[in-house]
Design a protein around this ligand. Sequence first.
Ligand SMILES: [Zn+2]
Length: 191
Amino acid sequence: MTATLSSAAPSAKASTYSAHLTNGDPSKASAAYKPTHPGRFQVKFQPGSYNSCLVTQRRFAKDETLAMMDSAEYSNEKRYSTVQVGKDRHIELNSDLLYINHSCEPSVRFEVDGPHDTWKAVAERDIEAGEALSFFYPSTEWSMSQPFPCNCGSKSCLDRISGAKDIPAQTLRKYFVNKHIQELKDEQSAV
Ligand SMILES: [Zn+2]
């Protein structure tokens, strides 16, 4: 948590984060798993693609920082696992934050529109210990590489999540979104 990056850009060293489920075996991923933020949150591995989630181990107050994204690195392509931090920039988180699922009523926001050493996950509201965390994917993603039907169960569920590009400006206004998303939406609305 307290690690600081000294270089002007995220380091280019090879990523060592290994809890990805891209090969689909949660029991193997679980056996090799080392939490990146022990005492704060940990991955709950569940069978099936994208069923695993990130669960808090303690309470967080509204607007408290859950974690800095200090192990993030720029990615040269957009993937299901990347987070968009600018109009043409994407990062791999390289931490358990990867396991935060989408919700249309999220408990967490990703603030990624400043310099890389300010990127962080912040509580949108008070969060209890044991809660599964969620953030609003279109708050960072303009056009997602893998759109999906949303089953978040919230009253305001948008049903299909494909990025902010496909969300009406009026709807998007109800959410926290990063600056690059707001700018892209303004450009789109101006056409
Ligand atoms: Zn939803």
